[in-house]
Design a protein around this ligand. Structure first.
Ligand code: PHE
Ligand code: ZN
Length: 878
């Protein structure tokens, strides 16, 4: 237990700040055993919002050693201020004044990776959400925006590169081999967007000409050994800058844009103004070291951080309850970008899959929260799939409701109205409403309530009257406005252009351009003049983050797989068909009868393979069975072992049945070409490697030989890794063993490659056993202080090696809890995120649920639980 229970903070308690910080002048003197921070803040009372209040000045600071405070040049005596816990209160201040503070910190001992810390040989910062208070005393809240000037001083030989936000304005050499560089950022910003970097770095340079003819210098800073891995991120950055101009009319606003790659980072990347800091795994790539999947992630994250310059930095959040204002919108923007650069249908499938496996699970667990939460203990726990991905889905629904033009009008108005401000989600929605002269009052419910709405749909065809009726029922008594994109497909496979019955037309414009706006608890659509009974295609494009139930027959699903004009629903029909068959096999196993896979599933996959009008990327998606986690998510009580048994069985039956076709496909796609990270090649490799992994699920050793050959001859990481993974995830032990060994020999000097090597083992059924996980944790390549390594081993184990994590003896849960307890002290944010698999214990079969719960109780009983871990564990046990 903790000494004191952390308190919750409530949105309803929000108050405007009592003070404004006009200017922030910082000076950092960096040494190996401490850093001195001197700040000079030009401040005034916030008379606009607190006219007659004489509140004291209360600053926050965490783990700081205070040296001195002065106001208007006069040093304060001890009785003029109070320093307690994390608050520094200065009793008396006038209406405007300059505050100077000196303090020291120890970046070299900062393992939480928040504030100023060391990663390898460099200094770097991470301030979102509340990390700035670990640097100096400040009003660490996003609605306090200031003009920053920063001087960085350090040893010149060790740290030749000194960076901060904005433009470099001065530099010079000092005594003792030290040097200084000063930076000035002309844009007001909250302190969470502050950044500083000092290191021995090399730079990749580029430039971009903006739509108004301004030249922007682009710089990517990396450690010298990584300079050959910067080209792709540079290209992705230029594409992002152009896209944001074309699609949103947003131009970059400084003369320089910098990215820095660091190895130790809690998240993917951070959008600090003009100085983005990236987890090296989300920026560095070359064909030899990075897979296609990494390239795609890099493109998306570079874009995401760049897009934040407008959606997040120019217009920022009033308070952290509005986090989705910037994150939901920016994720939506980056998903549009990815859809434009690659296959839009495949991007939609991937986003929907994340929603349905991860976000729906969060919504059904103890940490469920609305996209705009109303309370939290530790904000770091709210960087979630709900805030990010569900937030993006909500913005996407607004796009669907307003249309592309209306949406653009709304975003233009939002940026114009709120440029330079810190605002709320409500203000975003108001801009969308005002620009379109429409009301989204009912729609806003999406932001305020947790949980996943369920919509049940029934159909009735009246062959005499030639009417087709769809009845929609939504689960929630206070109904949501749900945009449901739909179509009716006739026997010839074409969409029917059906008209609504007269009485329904114009009813709140309920059905327009294929989108039905469900607004009531129960609603009926009647289509007239329907000549034959159609097959309904519902929730096309995953038009809302809901669970939609309709009782399709297997034949109807096969029909949709063949004919639906909507790519997402074509894929989804295949998933539903496979799900249905897997459930049946699960039942057969549990009844003790001989399992039998419905031949229609095999027929359906055959016809998918035969089609040449589906692009490779889509085909690769259609070949994959629903994941174990997704299947689990569709069950009331989750039995991972039973799901895995049934799914594996279906997979091996499919593999045997399709083997010849898949081998042909593999051969056709396995062409010699020089590697390019572009969509067509990626799709081709993706499909080829999907075929390969199926082939290794058969008993024919000749297919394993294909993998061995590919592994030995490939000149790119995508094909090497895919071949390695296919061996690791199948029964070919000897081949897998020797491949793993030679892989490590070859790549041990490349940490990002070694991380993939760790993850492919830790996440597999064969190698992710407790015994092997313990070996990996002891391996020279592992480091508990590096979040990427933790994710590669512990994260992959608990998230992917599901049959081992859920081993019946509870050893998987125990291992995870041990690591959470260890990390609780070192890095609370990472520790807290690892709790997630245990936190959902109530969903599992009883024997497992009880063992998971016991581990949570064991964590709860620890001394010195961080706020982060305490919040998640205590909420899980309520
Ligand atoms: N704001 C970052 C992003 O989404 C994520 C982040 C949050 C990074 C907190 C670090 C700390 O782009
Ligand atoms: Zn973001």
């Amino acid at each position: 237990m903790r000494d004191a229970q952390p308190e919750s903070i409530y949105l309803k308690d929000y108050q405007a700040p009592h003070f404004v910080i006009e200017e922030t002048h910082l000076r950092f003197d960096l040494f190996e055993d401490y850093a001195q921070v001197d700040s000079r803040l030009v401040m005034r009372r916030n008379r606009e919002q607190h006219e007659n209040v004489e509140a004291p000045l209360v600053l926050v600071g965490k783990q700081l050693e205070l040296l001195a405070i002065a106001i208007d040049g006069v040093r304060l005596s001890d009785d003029e201020y109070l320093l307690e816990d994390e608050l520094l209160t200065i009793h008396k201040v006038s209406d405007s004044f300059e505050l100077e503070i000196s303090n020291r910190i120890e970046p070299q001992n900062n393992t939480a990776l928040e504030g100023l810390y060391k990663s390898g040989g460099m200094f770097c910062t991470q301030c979102e959400a509340e990390g700035f208070r670990r640097i100096t005393y400040y009003l660490d809240r996003p609605d306090v925006m200031s003009i920053f000037t920063t001087e960085v001083i350090a040893d010149k030989a060790k740290y030749p590169i000194l960076l901060s936000n904005g433009n470099a304005i001065a530099q010079g050499d000092l005594e003792n081999g030290r040097h200084s560089v000063s930076w000035h950022d002309p844009h007001r910003k909250p302190c969470y967007l502050f950044a500083l970097v000092a290191g021995d770095l090399m730079v990749k340079e580029g430039s971009f000409m903006t739509m108004n003819g301004r030249k922007v210098e682009l710089k990517i800073f990396v450690e010298p050994q990584n300079i050959d891995k910067t080209e792709y991120a540079m290209d992705a950055l230029k594409r992002s800058m152009k896209w944001d101009e074309d699609k949103y009319g947003r131009e970059y606003d400084l003369d320089i844009f910098m990215i820095v790659a660091v190895d130790d980072f809690n998240m993917g990347a951070m959008e600090n103004k003009g100085l983005n800091i990236f987890n090296s795994s989300c920026v560095l790539a070359n064909p030899q070291t990075a897979t296609d999947a990494s390239y795609l992630r890099i493109e998306a994250i570079v874009a995401h951080e760049y897009f934040h310059n407008w959606s997040g930095n120019r217009v920022t959040c009033r308070d952290w309850f509005q986090l989705s204002l910037k994150e939901g919108f920016t994720v939506y923007r980056d998903s549009q970008f990815t859809a434009d650069m690659n296959s839009a249908a495949v991007k939609r499938i991937e986003d929907a899959s994340i929603m349905r496996t991860v976000q729906f699970a969060e919504d059904a667990g103890p940490m469920a929260h609305p996209v705009q939460p109303d309370s939290f203990m530790e904000i770091a726990n709210f960087y979630t799939v709900t805030i990010y991905e569900k937030g993006s889905e909500i913005v996407g629904m607004i796009h669907k409701l307003l249309g592309a033009k209306g949406f653009r009008k709304g975003s233009d108005l939002y940026f114009e109205r709120h440029d330079g401000q810190a605002v709320t989600i409500n203000e975003f929605v108001s801009a969308m409403e005002d620009a379109n002269g429409t009301s989204l009052t009912q729609f806003k419910r999406w932001y305020k309530s947790a949980g996943t709405p369920v919509v049940n749909v029934e159909s009735y065809y009246d062959s005499a009257a030639k009417t087709y009726t769809l009845t929609f029922n939504q689960s929630c008594d206070e109904p949501f406005l749900i945009p449901i994109e739909l179509g009716l497909i006739g026997r010839n496979g074409q969409d029917i252009n059906a008209e609504l019955a007269a009485g329904l037309i114009n009813k709140r414009d309920a059905y327009k351009k294929g989108i039905f706006q469900l607004t009531e608890k129960e609603q009926v659509l009647v289509f007239t003049d329907v000549k034959e009974e159609p097959v309904p295609s519902l929730l096309r494009d995953f038009s809302a983050p809901i669970k939609l139930n309709y009782d399709y027959s297997r034949d109807q699903l096969m029909f949709l797989m063949q004919h639906d004009s909507d790519g997402f629903n074509r894929w989804d029909a295949g998933q539903n068909l496979a799900l249905d068959v897997i459930y049946e096999v699960m039942q057969q196993f549990s009844d003790g009868t001989q399992p039998k896979v419905d031949g229609r599933l095999i027929t359906a996959y055959f016809s998918v393979l035969k089609r040449d009008d589906i692009d490779h990327a889509m085909l690769a998606k259609m070949l994959l069975l629903p994941s174990v986690s997704y299947i689990g998510e569709t069950q009331d009580v989750i039995d991972i072992l039973a799901i895995n048994q049934a799914r594996s069985y279906v997979q091996s039956v499919l593999a045997e049945a399709l083997a010849e076709k898949l081998a042909e496909l593999y051969k056709k796609l396995n062409v010699q070409q020089s590697y390019l990270p572009e969509p067509e090649q990626m799709a081709q490799r993706g499909l080829k490697n999907a075929a390969l992994s199926y082939l290794l699920k058969t008993d024919h050793k000749k297919y394993c030989d294909l993998a061995v050959t590919q592994f030995e001859n490939s000149d790119n990481m995508t094909d090497s890794m895919a071949a390695l993974a296919s061996m690791v995830n199948s029964g070919y032990k000897a081949q897998a063993e020797s491949a793993l060994e030679s892989f490590y020999d070859k790549w041990q000097a490349e940490p990002l490659v070694v991380n993939q090597w760790l993850a492919v083992q830790a996440g597999s059924a064969e190698y992710g056993t407790i015994e092997n996980i313990n070996k990996l944790l002891e391996h020279e390549a592992f480091d508990i202080k590096n979040p990427n390594k933790v994710r590669s081993v512990i994260g992959a184990f608990a998230g992917q090696s599901l049959i081992n994590f859920h081993a019946l003896d509870g050893s998987g849960y125990q291992l995870l809890a041990d690591k959470i307890i260890l990390l609780n002290q070192l890095n609370p944010q990472i520790a807290s995120r690892l709790v997630s698999p245990l936190s959902k214990w109530r969903r599992y079969v009883d024997s497992q649920a009880q063992q998971m719960k016991q581990q949570l109780q064991r964590i709860m009983a620890q001394n010195n639980l961080s706020k982060d871990v305490y919040e998640v564990v205590s909420k899980s046990l309520i």
